[in-house]
Design a protein around this ligand. Sequence first.
Ligand code: JD8
Length: 391
Amino acid sequence: MTARLRIDVVTIFPDYLAPLELSLAGKARDKGLIDVHVHDLRQWTHDRHRTVDDTPYGGGAGMVMRPEPWGEALDALLGEAPATGTTVVVPTPSGVPFTQALARDLATRGRLVFACGRYEGIDQRVLDEAAARAEVLEVSLGDYVLNGGEVAALAVTEAVVRLVPGFMGNAESLVEESHEGGLLEYPVYTKPASWRGHEVPPVLLSGDHGAISAWRDDQARRRTAQRRPDLLPVATPLDGVEVRSAQLADAAELYVLQLACWVQEQHDNPGARIPALHETLDDVRAWLARDTVLVARSGGRLVGAVRGSLEGEVWEIGRLMVAPDLAGRGLGRDLLARMEGLASAGATSYALFTGAGSVRNLRMYKKAGYRLTGAGPVDGAVRLTKRISRH
Ligand code: JD8
């Protein structure tokens, strides 16, 4: 039976790829799903020392891999004619980031040929020449420097092979994984229910699948917000809005937006003394440096922000602001959810305050699960809180 996916790896360290015999790829091989061939580049050298490298044109440190052995290797593996369905994968720190989406894409190929470089890399003409007869993909495993392409070839192969139809027992489990749906995975537990004084979260023993799924989703969001806010789907219907941690350089724009937003609030709360309208730029700089602050930008324009700080066990959320011309489109709700997700581990509840007359804000906070719990810190303000459900 023809394997669903053929993988060739060319390297000067063939033993480095031995793990392909084991584990996943090994099983896929046994299932006849994939066919893996590892080739020593030196078989395509013809000198006594089986030389694969030479000094770099233009000078500089290190050595560069010679084009001739690579040319002959790809001739042998790709042949002359355009190799449709074949992708030459070249690991390099200057490649496109390898992602789950790219893994899914490569899993549709019939053949992958990995060109594992060493030294300072492979003579660029090898890739340019190969591109005439096959798709060539320069890919990076991540923003750190390795000594060669073999580790990347192993990682890419594992990520791709497990997506080959028929490989994973239950394809279902693929769907739920990190980087598949965008969120990081929720924490997992198994027996015993109590271990070294650590308990499994009771909700997982409840049998209440709705509650379990809600808990897991909440945990996944929380982890993603804390560890990979860049992965959090920008839920805002505002196209092109980018939310990121604030920098001190944002202070001036933040000050201007703050004034614009709270002048609006002053209208809804005549007579209230609104702290945000009595702050100086230096005050803004002070809390920007002190608190956890997110800013939202659209087309480079600062259009929203929110801050959070831990007071005792309370995660105090404040200065939630959205440019007046962009209000009512979900950005405020998104910023609030993100700041909740950044609550310090010691927090047991969220709190915030707004004007008693700020109808739109009050409606949004109540929809987000907040409840009025008393007067705010200044006249005309009300306080709202929400318990943090960690378990
Ligand atoms: C291929 C040679 C070493 C790289 C001089 C160190 C991938 N994410 C990644 N980091 N590093 C690599 C990688 C490194 C490689 C080769 C991939 C071939 N080197 C070179 C340039 C600087 N030495 C990688 N994927």
